[in-house]
Design a protein around this ligand. Sequence first.
Ligand code: PEP
Ligand code: MN
Length: 365
Amino acid sequence: MTDEMDLIPVSEWGFFTFPRPMVIAGPCSAESEQQIMETAEGLAEFGIHVFRAGIWKPRTHPGSFEGVGARGLKWLQRVQREFGMKVCTEVAGERHVRECLDHGLDMVWIGARTTGNPFLMQEIANALQGTDIPVLVKNPISPDLDLWIGGLERLHQAGIRKLGVIHRGFSTWHDIPYRNDPGWRIAIELRTRYPQLPFFADPSHMGGDRKYLLELSQRAMDLGLEGLMIESHCHPEVALSDAKQQLKPDELRILLGEQIVVRDADSQADDYRENIDQLRADIDVIDENLLSLLKERMNISRRIGEYKKDHNIAILQMTRWDSLLEEVLQKGTRTGLGEEFLRTLFNDIHEESVRIQNEVLWTKE
Ligand code: PEP
Ligand code: MN
């Protein structure tokens, strides 16, 4: 895929209404015909045109609800007929693609667990060859931009020209409030390389809890992304999958209509504002990363403190500190950062580490 990959602009797919955000909404899983119709009706009522529902569900543990299978595709056809909505589902292999094409689905997406598997991506690309339905590719669960791009390349090589991406965050062992690490920097990098790819965020799987939907959707809009894929269920409390992160259609209407602030993305007159907002959003992301790195560093300091205490070793080893500071100054100044700034910053960090270790030393078990 070259940076000039030829794609059909999303405005010509005939799927979405503008201005931003383009919205795809619907339940995590299709569970029953009644649940699909009730949810779709609630969404259609306030102008959602693109409906999602998982038919085959990739679950972490065996024995969890694994989707209703192909019979759910008939329910999606009813949504097309009765509400005039476009419908889409997740495909993870050739058989899924065939079933979707046989049932006239309007679009498919590839889930995070599948994007990371080149065999499956090639199988799906081959099965889609010769069709012109749009395909959205979620990021792989690991923060591997090349793997994501590789999946897009396979589809592009198979002749898919209606391509888009969905950013749903990355698995992490770090202690973060969200279900998945937003890792916005990777999304920004992909966007910078392929600005023509329609870009959706999936705040539902990123946050894992409906309480984070607003802040994550807002961040996606501030970064200038075009769309949102959000999970919505007529009765989230009894959902068979992802119950905590789904919104009732009415709640989604409020989130989109009254809470999210969407700034004009392509105003000529507002060039300055737009650039400054983008830069500030980038800074916010970096600050979040800095905070989480600092927290991790302090956690390790605490563990060192405990270890020293167990072995009856003093907190401060000046030679270690001197060599650390020297190395940081050398490396940092080489990148163009000011020496005085680095000295102050690392002295403060060190001081806090010492304070934490001191705390550990004098805490009685
Ligand atoms: C989903 O969209 O329901 C889903 C399984 O998402 P992901 O592939 O992002 O985990
Ligand atoms: Mn889900």
